[in-house]
Design a binder for this molecule. Structure first.
Ligand code: F6R
Length: 615
């Protein structure tokens, strides 16, 4: 959950800016403290319990080097503090290390090291690495690259848990060592420099050639390039991949916040998710599912695994697949499924949904599903991520980097991927007339324009958000395909504005939560032109009778909305099945504006991090 970056170059300066700029792009992964080590003949370490901006002020404009490592932290072991922030070092200050993940056997290792006389200064698990490596180096006759590499391998072999580690050793200038186990790490290859980073946003400014490290990989980087090997020292050959997006995609582009920029990227995210996948001739939907037609024809049930916003996309997927294909779909929280009882499951298709592709619970659930015989298809955004690599097939949503902690454009991309999956299954299983499917495909292609029109209502939405911003508590209601969107609206509002919010199915509120309704509890109700419109209208009337202000999100030709609610946000008309896209865009804007009205730190909400790589 932390962000790490390292650079080794043939220059004597330049590392400071590369590291600090990279850290700023990685800050979404964790931002409770930050630190940097500039490695030259001696190593200068700067650390702060603040954010990267504070670190930048602390480092100043004169300190620099050609090599260095840096870290932005989301605390796991030890509270956020200057002492606990990375880089950490050994007793002699010879080993300097940054780490993302958790060293699970750290307390046993720490006790043994302390018994041997090592002095620990922090409460982190990471510091054990520095002291272990210190011992291995101390045992060498000579600290040269070959010996130190072997010592690094021996050190890594003592660690259990999850780690992406980058470390330097005094006396070996121009060398960085790295290792990966269940935490993301890539190497960027450029002229005269090699970089390591938790993700590509931190290196894309300098190179588009990257090598994704895999679990069990160790690496030595020099300005000339990268040497990959395994724990036994056996060389691993892996070709670099080319990043397909630019630095502009990882910047705010004039918006006040990444979240706002990414909400406005929504129409493009829809187009990108559909690009190259819909065709006028059969098969009309072409996806890289890792399964042949016979296998797709035989799919009789689907299990969807995901967390948070991705889980909400999965719930929409359930409605859509069950409606169009008629096969049962179960949606499980990854964190529940991974520890669930092993019921007799027919091996089928499991779909793991994850923007980052690194969420620890979803990764574990994916592995569990595979062990139960399921074929796993993942719906991911980050190319080369662990979940993508461990799946039988990957449906990339192609949304580009998402930096705001709250997922927005990727949610729309995930929905599109699930619509496409439903269309493909309906096509190959023959569950819908071809003309209906073509109609739906055209409808989906049109949704980017509809979302664009929703975004043009930003001002009206901001006015309504200003009213919601005054509340302490808020409810979101929806039914059927809009029920997950009610959950999503509530999640977004609470995570970025800190207003307590709950999403409910329209029919459920009277089974208890009615007790909480007061004139100060706004209720946001979602309506679609579907078979439950009148049921939802009755639910709204029941709510209204208890005094809350009702905000309605509905389609353009709804003639009843003004009689039902106090405030109405209209989205363009569309098939009910596509209203998750239009309504979600409206709710993302609503939470954004509510959080902005409350002066919240939108891109980095308290206690959160973008990708949750710990359990
Ligand atoms: C909420 C949000 C989170 C993520 C969740 C799963 O706005 O972003 O709920 O959706 O942590 O993350 P991924 O999709 O990366 O597995």
């Amino acid at each position: 959950m932390c962000g790490i970056i390292g650079i080794v170059s043939d220059a004597h300066s330049g590392a400071r800016e590369i590291l600090l700029n990279g850290l700023e792009r990685l800050e979404y992964r964790g931002y409770d403290s930050a630190g940097v080590a500039l490695v030259d003949e001696s190593t200068a370490i700067y650390k702060t319990a603040g954010r990267v901006a504070a670190l930048r002020r602390m480092v100043g404009a004169s300190a620099d080097a050609g090599t260095g490592i840096a870290h932005t932290r989301w605390a796991t072991h030890g509270p956020p503090s200057e002492t606990n922030s990375h880089p950490h070092k050994d007793c002699k200050g010879r080993v300097v290390v940054v780490h993302n993940g958790i060293i699970e056997n750290f307390s046993t290792l720490k006790k043994a090291l302390q018994d041997d006389g090592h002095q620990f200064v922090s409460q982190t698990d990471t510091e054990v690495f520095a002291h272990l490596f210190e011992d291995e180096l101390a045992a060498l006759d000579k600290v040269d690259l070959e010996n130190a590499t072997a010592a690094f391998r021996r050190t890594i072999s003592k660690l259990d848990g999850q780690y992406a580690i980058v470390t330097s050793v005094a006396g070996l200038p121009g060398v960085l060592f790295a290792a990966r186990s269940h935490a993301p790490l890539l190497a960027g290859l450029a002229d005269g420099m090699t970089l390591f980073a938790s993700d590509a946003t931190a290196v894309v400014e300098h190179t588009k050639q990257v090598v994704y490290l895999e679990d069990g990989d160790l690496a030595v980087a020099t300005p000339e390039g990268l040497h990959l090997f395994d724990i036994d020292g056996k060389t691993i050959e892996r070709a670099p991949q080319t990043i397909s997006w630019d630095i502009e995609d990882a910047q705010k582009g004039g918006y006040d916040h990444f979240m706002l920029k990414e909400i406005y990227d929504g129409p493009r995210a829809i187009n990108d998710a559909l690009a190259g996948r819909l065709f006028p001739t059969p098969p009309h939907v072409r996806l890289e599912l890792g399964m042949d037609d016979a296998r797709l024809r035989g799919i009789g049930r689907i299990l969807i695994l995901a967390c948070g916003t991705s889980f909400h996309a999965g719930m929409v997927g359930k409605y859509v697949i069950e409606k169009l294909v008629g096969i049962p779909v179960e949606v499980a929280y990854s964190s529940e499924y991974r520890y669930g009882s092993e019921v007799r499951e027919e091996p089928g298709l499991a779909v793991a949904i994850s923007q980052s592709g690194e969420t620890a619970d979803t990764l574990a659930a994916l592995r569990e599903a595979r062990s139960r015989g399921h074929t796993v298809l993942s719906v991911c955004n980050v190319v080369g991520s662990t979940i993508a690599r461990e799946s039988d097939g990957v449906l990339y949503i192609q949304s580009g980097p998402e930096i705001g902690v709250a997922a927005t454009k990727s949610f729309l991309g995930q929905l599109c991927a699930l619509y496409l999956l439903a269309f493909r299954l309906a096509e190959i299983q023959g569950t819908l007339p071809a003309s209906d499917l073509r109609e739906l495909e055209r409808g989906l292609q049109h949704t980017s324009r509809l979302v664009d029109q929703v975004l043009q209502k930003s001002e009206t939405i901001a006015e309504q958000a200003a009213l919601i911003a005054k509340a302490d508590s808020c409810f979101f209601l929806g039914r059927q395909v809009l029920y997950p969107i009610a959950l999503e609206g509530a999640l977004k509002l609470k995570e970025i504005s800190y207003i307590h919010a709950e999403g409910y199915s329209g029919g459920e509120l009277k089974h208890g939560p009615f007790a909480l309704l007061t004139p100060d509890t706004p209720v946001v109700a979602l309506l679609a032109p579907d078979g439950v419109y009148s049921k939802m209208a009755s639910n709204i009337i029941e709510v209204k009778a208890r005094g809350p202000q009702v905000f309605i999100v509905t389609t353009a030709s709804d003639t009843e909305a003004e009689q039902l609610g106090d405030h109405v946000i209209r989205v363009p008309d569309t098939e009910a099945i596509f209203t998750p896209l239009t309504h979600a865009a409206a709710l993302h804007l609503l939470s954004y504006h509510a959080a902005a009205a409350r002066g919240c730190e939108i891109d980095k909400p308290r206690n959160l991090a973008k990708s949750v790589t710990v359990e």
